[in-house]
Design a protein around this ligand. Sequence first.
Ligand code: XMP
Length: 433
Amino acid sequence: MKQDMIVILDLGSTQNTVIARAVRALGVYSEIYPHDITVSELKKLPNVKGIILNGGPNHIVDGAPIDVTPDIYDAGYPLLSVGHEPARCEKLDGWPAEDEIPEMLRPFVFDTCKAEANWNMKNFIEDQIELIRQQVGDKKVLLALSGGVDSSVVAALLIRAIGRQLTCVHVNHGLMRKGESESVVNVFRNQLDANLIYVDAVDRFLGKLEGVADPERKRKIIGAEFIRVFEEEARKLDGIEFLAQGTIYPDIVESGTKTARAVKSHHNVGGLPEDLHFSLVEPLKQLFKDEVRACGVELGLPHEMVYRQPFPGPGLGVRCLGAITRERLEAVRESDAILREEFAKAGLDKKVWQYFTIVPDFKSVGVRNHERCFEYPVIIRAVNTVDAMTAKIELIDWPVLLRITDRIMAEVKNVNRVCYDLSPKPNATIEWE
Ligand code: XMP
């Protein structure tokens, strides 16, 4: 393995990802683990040069303060405590401003731990290729290729690591954006020569989702149905043992760790059915979104693909609020296409991280051709973020918003109102469900 690693132990901090990113900003790889990891589990991790004990407000679990497994203090690793009192080790006092944190950690990382600044995408890719080959051997892997950044980067990484042992399956669940399924087939089958199977599962998904209004149930149904479709494909394919997924770090953190409560289950973590028959290959699961893009660039993927805005696993299903209907789904899809087109014309596609439309499950009164109409609103959301853990809304020029509004009113059926969502994350999340 090429890279040194600093391990961060989560002792109830809300700042684990801040510390992890700060260490990576120094050019040293870092991973976050639960506080109760054992010494023998630690010893199995490659190139661990030191450990940061990261305490914080969630350090009381079941009425008692948590601590690390006691023999970690004597295991010979350099230790640094951040906001964790009982620790017998070096301490970082107080909380510096976020962009000073890497400097505060520098003496520990380089002088105490003697870590080398060898975390970069070239080394990450080489390490992952080695790990993927070790894990997979000569077996076959199935990949859920949605065409989003994460699954595209996983596909490229796996094609490089194991070539034709990879089969990509693109499931059109009816919750894709306009023209998206067609372009996945075009790029991967025709340009990248991937082994790609296209599955039209539109009726099947919409049938399962009929009348289901609860967001978590919708997500779980979509996730579970996805896996079932893959299992069916795998059975047809003969000899598939692994399922690759574009799980990234925020998916894991937000689905809940031992000390952090779940924000919402992401379909590729919380929604997995219990009788899953595959072993998972998740080479991006320790990466933040911006690092996934850097990995894609290093792998030589086209710019449009790497910088394509993220799209949630459950697709337009979580933007067609409440129980999904074909009518409202169509309104989400068409309004989203208009928004994307107009953002591109205004150059906003390069400035805004994620932008999309939402159609809620209520109607409002309007007037069309001098007659009363009772139709759905479309809500526009446009946010900027680095890692999707927090987000700010983007200030869009009024003329652009008015043009989009006019087009949505004129071109999208069953819509008589357009609104703009001003909420940052927190307290909102980026998606509405
Ligand atoms: P939230 O709504 O949690 O979204 O603030 C953060 C980012 O994650 C995307 N997202 C998902 N991605 N599966 C995914 O792969 C999911 O279930 C999912 N839900 C949200 C969201 O679009 C945003 O970029």
